[in-house]
Design a protein around this ligand. Structure first.
Ligand code: DQA
Length: 172
């Protein structure tokens, strides 16, 4: 299961500062992430909250099932050491998404106390950032589930089991 977490004020997407955050609504973003993850057979559990504690509770409660987390912490990005610590406690990869480029805005937005606890960050690409995060997380899961070449190489074939290759040489 993939967790999709959106922090304070992101419930207002679509009407909140459209020049900065665009016109896509949060339900539209959640549907896009669900569809992107479904293509990889992954289910999504989404939450949005204006309360820091509710976000921490959600992450803690779902930590055993979570295979990846996509999180836009909103303004908690710039302030919440509690969220940083909570993300650190997770064993699955966390991708941080911001619709706007927080590094190209007000000075205070350049402080990101959450990102050191994440695997990576996608900023400034609008709603597509959530899509790219979904694809990365799902590919990462699929990669971990694919047996590596070395595991396959553990199969041994006795010389007498080798079959002649039509046309001459033995393969093995
Ligand atoms: C935001 C950027 C934050 O600085 C801001 O507080 C938000 C949205 C973004 O997606 O660009 O609420 O996380």
């Amino acid at each position: 299961m993939i967790l999709l977490v959106n922090g304070p004020n992101l419930n207002l997407l679509g009407e909140r500062e459209p020049a900065v955050y665009g016109s896509t609504t949060l339900p539209e973003i959640e549907r896009m992430v669900e569809e992107a993850c479904a293509a990889y057979g992954q289910k999504v559990k989404a939450v949005q909250s204006n309360y820091e504690g509710a976000i921490l509770d959600f992450l803690q409660e779902n930590r055993q099932e979570a295979r990846g987390v996509i999180i836009n912490p909103g303004a908690l990005t710039h302030t919440s050491f509690a969220l940083h610590d909570c993300l650190k406690a997770l064993t699955c990869p966390v991708v941080e998404v911001h619709l706007s480029n927080i590094h190209a805005r007000e000075e205070w937005r350049k402080t990101d106390v959450v990102s050191p606890a994440t695997r990576g960050q996608i900023v400034g690409l609008g709603p597509m950032g959530y899509y790219f995060a979904s694809v990365w997380i799902c590919s990462n899961i699929a990669e971990k589930e694919t047996p590596s070449f070395d595991e396959g190489a553990a199969i041994e074939v006795a010389p007498e089991e080798l079959q002649p290759v039509p046309g001459g040489e033995y393969e093995g």
